[in-house]
Design a protein around this ligand. Structure first.
Ligand code: MG
Length: 346
């Protein structure tokens, strides 16, 4: 297997702001795994500084993995991803790119779509939320108006006037609200705000506090009814048991956990602990978003809109209509590259 990789700079439709950062471009890397017959598995890394990765670290891991992949049997995904996890424990996005490319490759080799390889029912995919990043009230209202086809909105909060914004947004849409504080609240603030948010029809809240605030989450859970989901707090399956009494659910991202293999382990672990599951994303192209979409029959909530937040996604895969995800039926991920005109290259 020949591993090659190339940069993919995704331009954001709107400047993206959450509680701790602001940006206009997401720098990702596309991975190609090719065998001697010309079958190519596609993968993607969407690194985030929060977890200590960037395109430089991803490129370094990929460059150091080429020899391993050259001699590996691509069907030994567990061996390959296990080896890479030991060697590069902190480089989950880089490992996810290889994991996704291996799954795409095997699906193409066996001539079946990924959801079939995983034994899943294509009809059981979930409806995705659409993310509204932090902005001025006026711009957030505009974004909500642009997203009027989506029945579920994920509103980024965690700033001083977030309640004011949420109340105004409630006036202009009937969409289900999920909120994400991205570690931006204190305990008192969370209790106060979540009790008001309950009246505003907020379905769940993601990551109210900084990583490791287990006691804070337990306390808030005693005072509010809105389910609390861990995101930044839960990278992979080993993080789940300690959170099981502190949260109602977890947000799994391929870029946090290292790919499809680990996401499956996280799903099993979360279910054992009676937790709800969301599958989310970073700012990503249709390559890794489609990989995550293939797992949605196994989860309760989907937040897979990273490809919709950019203007130059070069790929087509999972499609979104009024939030409803539809998986492609072609082999592997079912992702194709867009090219000039209406033709696409498989
Ligand atoms: Mg989140």
């Amino acid at each position: 297997m020949n591993l090659s990789f190339q940069p993919l700079d995704l331009k954001l439709r709107h400047t993206f702001q959450i509680a701790r950062e602001i940006r206009d471009v997401q720098n990702n890397i596309i991975v190609l795994l090719k065998d001697e017959d010309g079958i190519t598995g596609l993968g993607e890394a969407a690194p985030t500084g929060f977890f200590g990765e960037d395109i430089k670290s991803v490129s370094s891991v990929l460059a150091q993995s080429t020899d391993l992949l050259k001699n590996a049997d691509p069907f030994h995904i567990e061996d390959i991803t296990g080896y890479l996890k030991n060697k590069f424990p902190k480089d989950a996005a880089a490992r996810a790119a290889i994991d996704i490319a291996l799954h795409d490759f095997i699906g193409k080799k066996l001539k079946i779509p990924l959801y079939k390889l995983l034994g899943l029912n294509r009809k059981e995919v979930k409806t995705t939320s659409f993310t509204i990043g932090i902005d001025t009230l006026e711009k957030m209202c505009k974004k909500v108006d642009e997203a009027k086809d989506f029945p579920i909105l994920k509103i980024k909060v965690g700033i001083k006037n977030d309640m004011e914004i949420l109340k105004e947004l409630r006036k202009i849409t009937k969409a289900v609200f999920r909120v994400d504080a991205n570690t931006g609240w204190t305990v008192d603030e969370a209790i106060k705000k979540l009790n008001i948010m309950e009246e505003l029809g907020v379905e769940l809240v993601e990551q109210p506090f900084p990583v490791g605030s287990i006691e804070a989450m337990k306390k808030v859970r005693r005072h509010v009814k809105i389910p609390i989901f861990a995101d930044e707090d839960v990278k992979d399956s080993k993080d789940i048991p300690v959170l099981s009494d502190a949260v109602d659910g977890i947000n799994i991202k391929l870029m946090k956990c290292g790919g499809i293999r680990e996401a499956l382990r996280m799903i099993s672990t979360a279910r054992v602990h009676g937790l709800k599951i969301m599958i989310g994303c970073n700012i990503e192209s249709s390559v890794s978003i489609t990989a995550a979409a293939h797992l949605t029959p196994l989860v309760d909530y989907a937040d897979l809109d990273g490809q919709l937040l950019v203007t130059n996604d070069p790929y087509i895969g999972v499609t979104v209509d009024k939030g409803k995800l539809t998986l492609p039926e072609s082999d592997g991920l079912g992702v194709a590259q867009k090219c000039a005109g209406s033709q696409v290259i498989m």
